[in-house]
Design a protein around this ligand. Structure first.
Ligand SMILES: C[S@@+](CC[C@H](N)C(=O)[O-])C[C@H]1O[C@@H](n2cnc3c(N)ncnc32)[C@H](O)[C@@H]1O
Length: 300
């Protein structure tokens, strides 16, 4: 948690409640957090902290109620309560994660992202995407590439030498600052990938999405906006986390997608499938997370 309640007594009590929780006394932590919220009833983060404590204590229904109270105070949902409610089965299927939540998550993550992913989680989507492009189109050079959810620029760095112009778009200003430092993009846009795609018709001959569609459930809009933004014979190359439902938000707050769903989504957007293969792009707790590597093209 980063923001405070603007009430020093409430902030002190919250610190104490967190310490109690860290020592394993969740019931006492809940008591103290409830008293704290009597002082600052409209502090969204306080509600979110209390909800997590209640869920940790096995008070699921109460925790769900507190998450809903939090959402009334922060409708933009920068802490991701709606995703939590979905994984608790307390809402209908979630189609998307709130932009404010993704932005905040990655703003916090940005300074340690490269090290955490590449060293810690053995992240390899950018290299695998590059290899797939080289395998299918060994001599091809691109005029204008768009890196969706470019993050700190790992994907950009992996394909810079095969495109004349390279653009990146991301929701997180913190990630974009790190990407700018890599000095591989001609342009970086602080926007949602859908807005960036919709703003360009028949523009890009290469669109990339490395470990980004895990933050989007229903892919229908992304597929049709990508097709709209691509030139004829342009490529769309991306990774997803593999699952058996069309799309499902997991406890890791990331969506998985099934192969059948990816095939159907590409087909509805009139994109031709070139490759869809099982792979793994990262590890969780030293275990490979199953993924799909996809290469598709806009027909000529
Ligand atoms: C796991 S990181 C991957 C970054 C980069 N593609 C790479 O391979 O290192 C996911 C990135 O996608 C961005 N992101 C997620 N949803 C987005 C959306 N709807 N529009 C734009 N960026 C998004 C996040 O802010 C984050 O920087």
């Amino acid at each position: 948690m980063t923001s405070t309640s603007d009430n020093s007594t409430a902030d002190r009590r919250t610190d104490m409640a967190m310490q109690l929780r860290a020592r394993g006394d969740v019931e006492a932590a809940i008591d103290l957090m409830q008293q704290t919220l009597e002082l600052v009833p409209n502090w969204p983060e306080g509600r979110f902290i209390l909800a997590n404590m209640e869920l940790e204590a096995g008070q699921t229904e109460t925790g769900i109620g507190t998450l809903r109270a939090y959402l009334l105070l922060d409708p933009a949902d920068s802490l991701g309560a709606s995703a939590k409610l979905a994984t608790l089965g307390a809402t209908a299927d979630t189609h998307d994660l709130p932009s404010a939540y993704v932005e905040r998550l990655f703003d916090q993550y940005a300074p340690r992202f490269d090290k955490a992913l590449v060293d810690g989680l053995k992240y390899s989507a950018p290299q695998q995407i590059r290899t797939a492009i080289d395998t299918h189109f060994p001599q091809r050079r691109f005029d204008r590439a768009l890196d969706l959810g470019c993050g700190t620029g790992l994907m950009g760095a992996a394909i810079r030498d095969i495109t004349t112009k390279l653009e990146g778009v991301d929701l997180s200003a913190g990630m974009l600052t790190a990407a700018k430092r890599k000095n591989v993009y001609d342009n970086l846009d602080h926007a949602s990938l859908l807005d960036a795609l919709r703003a360009h018709a028949s523009t890009y001959d290469l669109v990339l999405a490395a470990d980004v569609l895990v933050y989007v459930g229903n892919l229908a809009h992304v597929m049709s906006a990508t097709e709209h933004a691509m030139t004829k014979s342009g490529l769309f190359v991306f990774s997803v986390q593999a699952g058996d439902a069309d799309f499902r938000l997991g406890p890791d707050q990331r969506f998985s997608h099934s192969e059948a769903y990816i095939r159907a989504s590409l087909c509805s957007a009139r994109l031709s499938l070139i490759q869809i293969t099982n792979s793994s792009f990262r590890q969780e707790r030293n275990t490979d997370v199953p993924g799909l590597l996809v290469v598709a093209a806009k027909p000529t």
